[in-house]
Design a protein around this ligand. Structure first.
Ligand SMILES: [Zn+2]
Ligand SMILES: [Zn+2]
Length: 229
């Protein structure tokens, strides 16, 4: 989702148990779900373990994968922190009045190989434009560079950041070891994209209503520095 900024700090969790789990995974577990790296050229240096995922990038009724059972107890603190962050935000409070809570539409563990990179791209489908993409580094090193818009950072282990996936972003792992992140996509029910507020203020967002802006056919200039990002 777009927001005024590149990185949004969410909070911190202890990832030591999660790190132990990830380091102990059998190597073939990383090769089972080859969907992401095959379909998307930008993800050729990554391998993914799907916890909650659908290849059609649907926005409701997510599919839970067997690996979620193993990971769930260890990622629960991060899930709770992310849900609390958005639900208690001014927008969250407004949307949630007496209604159902938000949900995670996707959760994946993604490994970026040593020396690998994710070339610059913007996320352009309905669900990715209407959910909050939060990264939790589980294993990283000083030479991983995450760029969003015109800003480049090294994200530390255990720190949750939302990244602005509607701006150009890229990652380079120049370090000697693989980088592993938990990537969460969180949906606040009824939350509109920035362009939706501007272009169809009286109707809800939908794949039809937001088609042109989701795919950047109508450029988004909702926030001051968007045009340059
Ligand atoms: Zn929209
Ligand atoms: Zn916009």
């Amino acid at each position: 989702m777009n927001f005024p900024g590149n990185f949004r700090y969410i909070g911190e969790v202890d990832v030591s148990a999660l790190k132990t789990l990830v380091l102990g995974l059998p190597e073939d577990q990383w090769q089972r779900e080859s969907y992401r790296q095959q379909r998307y050229e930008v993800h050729r240096s990554t391998e993914t373990i799907n916890l909650v995922f659908d290849p059609d990038f649907r926005h409701t009724h997510p599919t839970r994968f067997p690996a979620l059972e193993t990971f769930e107890p260890l990622i629960r603190p991060a899930l709770g922190l992310v849900a609390d962050y958005y639900e208690t935000s001014p927008r969250g409070r407004e949307l949630l009045q007496g209604k159902r809570l938000g949900y995670f539409i996707r959760a994946n563990v993604v490994r970026l190989k040593a020396g690998g990179d994710i070339p610059p791209h913007k996320d352009g489908n309905f669900s990715l434009a209407h959910s909050h993409r939060v990264h939790l580094p589980i294993i990283t090193n000083d030479e991983v560079r995450f760029s969003v818009g015109s800003e480049t950072r090294n994200l530390p282990e255990g720190t949750l950041y939302e990244i602005n996936n509607r701006r150009t972003h890229s990652v380079h792992n120049a370090g000697p070891e693989d980088r592993v992140h938990l990537i969460l996509d969180y949906v606040l029910r009824g939350e509109k994209c920035c362009c939706g507020e501007r272009l169809h203020p009286d109707t809800v967002c939908s794949p039809q209503a937001c088609l042109e802006t989701d795919q950047f056919r109508i450029p988004c200039t909702c926030f001051p520095d968007d045009a340059a990002a």
